[in-house]
Design a protein around this ligand. Sequence first.
Ligand SMILES: NC(=O)c1ccc[n+]([C@@H]2O[C@H](COP(=O)([O-])OP(=O)(O)OC[C@H]3O[C@@H](n4cnc5c(N)ncnc54)[C@H](OP(=O)(O)O)[C@@H]3O)[C@@H](O)[C@H]2O)c1
Length: 271
Amino acid sequence: MLGLIGLGRMGRGIAINLLNHNYELNLYNRTKEKLNEFKGKANLFEKIEEFVKNTDIILIMVSDEKAVKSILSYIPKDKIIIDFSTLHPIVVEEIKKEYKNYVASPVFAGPEDIKEGKGKIIFGESEEFFKKNNLDFINYLGKVYFVNDSVKASAIKLASNFIHGVFYILSLEFNTFIKEFEIEKEIFEIQGDRPIIDMARRYGKYYGNDVEISFTTELMAKDIEYARISAHHKNIPFFLTSTAREVYEIAKRYGFSNKDWRETWRIFKRI
Ligand SMILES: NC(=O)c1ccc[n+]([C@@H]2O[C@H](COP(=O)([O-])OP(=O)(O)OC[C@H]3O[C@@H](n4cnc5c(N)ncnc54)[C@H](OP(=O)(O)O)[C@@H]3O)[C@@H](O)[C@H]2O)c1
């Protein structure tokens, strides 16, 4: 029996996708109200102990390390656990020592992509493990990349997120600068064919606009912090990422925690 823990933005998308593909699904979420939407469509559990007892393959999609650890404390060590959450490699390594069938399987996708099966799944185990345990349903969520190493899978996800998160801050400084000096037209005309300028321009499309919530500032701050901890663990200098972390932390203090991370343009425009 297949089951999913976590009905936040991403977990909800996974649940809808698998139910649309006619899978029977057990569901659990800490906040019970989020189960309501699935009444009559899935098996709903109010107690995590009951959910675990009735589920053979457990999927997890929750916020962070703290959430995953609290959930794991209810799960027997031999269960097959596919964790789609974004964690950091050190924690994944720790978990793997105890839970032999735990697979870190973070995803490149937003809530809509995962619902429509357009994700990229960074699967931290082998194709052989995938086939042996009948995990074919994951193909419905998106293209599966077999990395065969849960620690590497989590590092791949973090690398992608921190470069986006850090570059976004740089692009906001750039976009604010060219707007305040009223040189937008000229800079793109004269230097617009450079990849770095083009990237800054692409991110500039969020500047001045409301951004529909997909990935929160809270989660971006978390991923950047996880990247920073992981880098320090390997003794990698991490100057800019550490600074970007400060920006997202400030954004959280200004009330952006539960807004899309790209809304941080408001701090640069000082509104
Ligand atoms: N959103 C994206 O575009 C995106 C893309 C790729 C990867 N991710 C990653 O996917 C994961 C989930 O993201 P999301 O956007 O779905 O987040 P979200 O909407 O904030 O949902 C978070 C989920 O985690 C649960 N949770 C949080 N703390 C918990 C705890 N201590 N114990 C039990 N459950 C807890 C929440 O339960 P409650 O409902 O009770 O609060 C909720 O189900 C994160 O690791 C994120 O980095 C997100």
